[in-house]
Design a protein around this ligand. Structure first.
Ligand code: ADP
Length: 190
């Protein structure tokens, strides 16, 4: 079983690489961003609250995303493993994830981070905004706010896994295939 946390700032390419990784290793892909957008589309009360925060580039509360992940882990714990994308995004979420995993008799194998500089990130997200229809991808101030949230609240999550000897980082700039090859090598050495 491989239980991978794919890490990196908004626009680092986590979604793109997750799709390829989940195929290769036959993993269940859990993206909290996708799950939240599903709630928004369905017009649930959770979605309506989350949209307000997401449209300001802020994180949604920890208990909301932890609750969404909880049932998915239970339902898929017999499989080949998970790829977590966009989660955990705070140290509290990382601690909760460790708890949820051990409740189900499984554990995180490791975290691999995609390293991309801020100028490149902003460029990529604005480009994605032209076609994705995501309102949070279309405004430069908002994107910078997301990167700021990442730097203050999310970046410390790397230390959490590093302290457990479960952290690796690879370059996130280059061709999609090249990054995928490096990512697979990092996963295989976890
Ligand atoms: P990106 O990483 O490109 O910003 P995501 O789809 O992962 O895109 O996230 C979009 C938004 O959803 C975030 O800006 C945040 O508001 C919210 N979100 C997603 N995952 C989490 C999480 N684990 N904790 C808190 N908020 C989250």
């Amino acid at each position: 079983m491989i239980n991978l946390v794919l890490f990196g700032p908004p626009g680092a390419g986590k979604g793109t690489q997750s799709d390829m990784i989940k195929e290769k290793y036959n993993l269940v892909h859990l993206s909290t961003g996708d799950l939240l957008r599903g709630e928004i589309k369905a017009g649930t009360p959770l979605g309506i609250k989350a949209k307000e925060l997401m449209d300001q580039g802020q994180l949604v509360p920890d208990e909301v995303v932890i609750g969404m992940i909880d049932s998915k882990i239970k339902a898929n714990k017999e499989g080949n493993g998970f790829i977590f994308d966009g989660f955990p995004r705070t140290v509290a979420q990382a601690e909760a994830l460790d708890g949820l995993m051990s409740e189900n008799g499984i554990a995180i194998s490791g975290m691999v981070a995609l390293d991309v500089d801020e100028e490149e990130l902003t460029k990529r997200i604005l480009k994605r905004g032209e076609t994705s229809g995501r309102t949070d991808d279309q405004n430069e101030d908002l994107i910078r706010n997301r990167v700021k949230e990442y730097n203050t609240k999310t970046a410390p999550v790397a230390n959490f896994y590093e302290a457990q000897g479960k952290y690796k980082t690879i370059g996130g700039v280059g061709s999609i295939e090249e990054i995928f090859t490096n990512l697979c090598a990092a996963i295989d050495s976890l």
